[in-house]
Design a protein around this ligand. Structure first.
Ligand code: NAD
Ligand code: TDX
Length: 339
């Protein structure tokens, strides 16, 4: 089996590559990644020299590069993690989100049609459903919840999902989609809530909480998300959407306070700042379908996962300090410049 993993130098994609290479040592895995500010080749250093792994620096919007790779590798499965993923950046500048998340997805699927792949899996998000009210804890997103997006990021992801389902219906492309809640764990880029708060706390910098801090997110340990995608690409039904989430809702302020507690830092670092524009109030996934059909259940409890994650950031200071200093952008040149 040959799998192309796009966006594999980012947070979830890299964790997925580690999971697949460990669980299926006979699979060939190719990572296609543009290495934007969010992609970091050093994250993949433990697998770069494996004979069944290949890294290719390319843009999923670059049709010629994508087709050439498919011609060379004849993949069985494509898992698309490549995306602009940060809501705040999409509010500042939506253009690149439309380009990568929509045009890039369509370009990949065109290649999948031409080369007759067995499965194209789109890694989507719970944000396509918009948000839920804070005072209705009985409500959850199911796969039948209407698409109702808030940010340019979520709109671009929803547009990609619609295209994926259109390629299934129109061309019969064998697709699947997972819509997951917020992930946390190792290699999470330090612009997102949990790693940003850990890094700032360790540097004794203010912890910027948007608005009241009462917004709710549904957190899932990244390995559990990777295991869900593994199940979907092997056993999930073609043309289907699967919601992925672990019923672990927390307010942002509770997360930040927990991080302070675990790091023995004073909560006085917490600083309330102006709210995100269009800030979604609450996300909450109903994962009944993936549980009933594929037997998936989250394995890592938040209390354990957050401890493991904080310990990872303590043990891997160099990884995130290099990112913060911008030096990691030289890594690719150093590693591949003379090859
Ligand atoms: P990330 O920002 O950490 O990584 C994105 C990766 O994609 C980077 O390596 C980047 O270099 C690469 N990339 C960006 N544009 C590219 C392009 N044009 N061509 C090739 N590569 C490109 O993102 P993440 O948090 O790992 O998210 C991965 C996917 O999962 C995204 O599609 C995101 O929408 C989705 N998702 C994320 C979460 C979450 O909590 N982080 C939750 C649900 C779904
Ligand atoms: O500095 C901050 N302060 C703050 O209060 C940051 C960066 C965030 N927040 C709040 C905003 C959100 O309510 O924390 C919450 C989480 O924010 P992010 O980490 O930016 O994640 P979110 O906007 O929920 O989106 C994430 O989950 C869904 C991922 O980034 C998306 O890629 C994924 O699709």
């Amino acid at each position: 089996m040959t799998i192309i993993v796009t966006g594999g130098a980012g947070f979830i994609g890299s964790n997925f590559i580690f999971h697949i290479l460990k669980k299926y040592p006979d699979y060939r895995v190719i990572c296609l990644d543009k290495l934007t500010y969010a992609g970091n080749l050093s994250t993949l250093k433990s697998v770069l020299d494996k004979p069944n792994f290949r890294f290719v620096k390319a843009d999923i919007c670059d049709r010629a590069a994508v087709y050439q790779l498919f011609e060379e590798e004849k993949p069985d499965v494509v898992v698309n993690f490549a995306a602009e993923s940060h809501v705040d950046r999409s509010i500042e500048d939506p253009g690149i989100f439309l380009q990568t998340n929509i045009i890039g997805t369509a370009t990949l699927m065109d290649a999948c049609r031409k080369y007759k792949i067995k499965r194209f899996h789109q890694v989507s998000t719970d944000e396509v459903y918009g948000d839920l009210p804070l005072d209705r804890p009985d409500l959850f997103f199911t796969e039948n919840t209407p698409i109702h997006t808030s940010s340019p990021y979520s709109s671009s992801k929803a547009s990609a999902d619609l295209l994926v389902l259109a390629y299934y219906r129109t061309y019969g492309l064998p697709v699947s989609i997972s819509r997951c809640s917020n992930n946390y764990g190792p290699y999470h880029f330090p612009e997102k809530l949990i790693p940003l708060m850990i890094a700032n706390a360790l540097n004794h910098k203010p912890l910027p909480v948007y608005g009241t801090g009462e917004n709710v997110r549904d957190w899932l340990y990244v390995e559990d998300h990777c295991k869900a995608i593994d199940l979907i690409i092997h056993k999930g039904r073609v043309g289907e959407v699967y919601n992925v989430g672990g019923h672990n809702e927390m307010t942002n302020i509770d997360i930040v306070k927990l991080i302070c507690k675990e790091l023995h830092m004073s909560e006085s670092l917490i600083t309330y700042v102006s709210d995100r524009k269009g800030h979604d109030l609450r996300y909450a996934i109903d994962p009944t379908k993936i549980h009933n059909e594929l037997g998936w259940l989250p394995e890592t409890k938040f209390a354990d996962g957050i401890k493991k994650t904080i310990q990872w950031y303590l043990d891997n200071r160099e990884w995130w300090e290099t990112i913060i200093s911008g030096e990691y952008q030289n890594y690719y040149e150093k590693m591949y410049g003379n090859r």
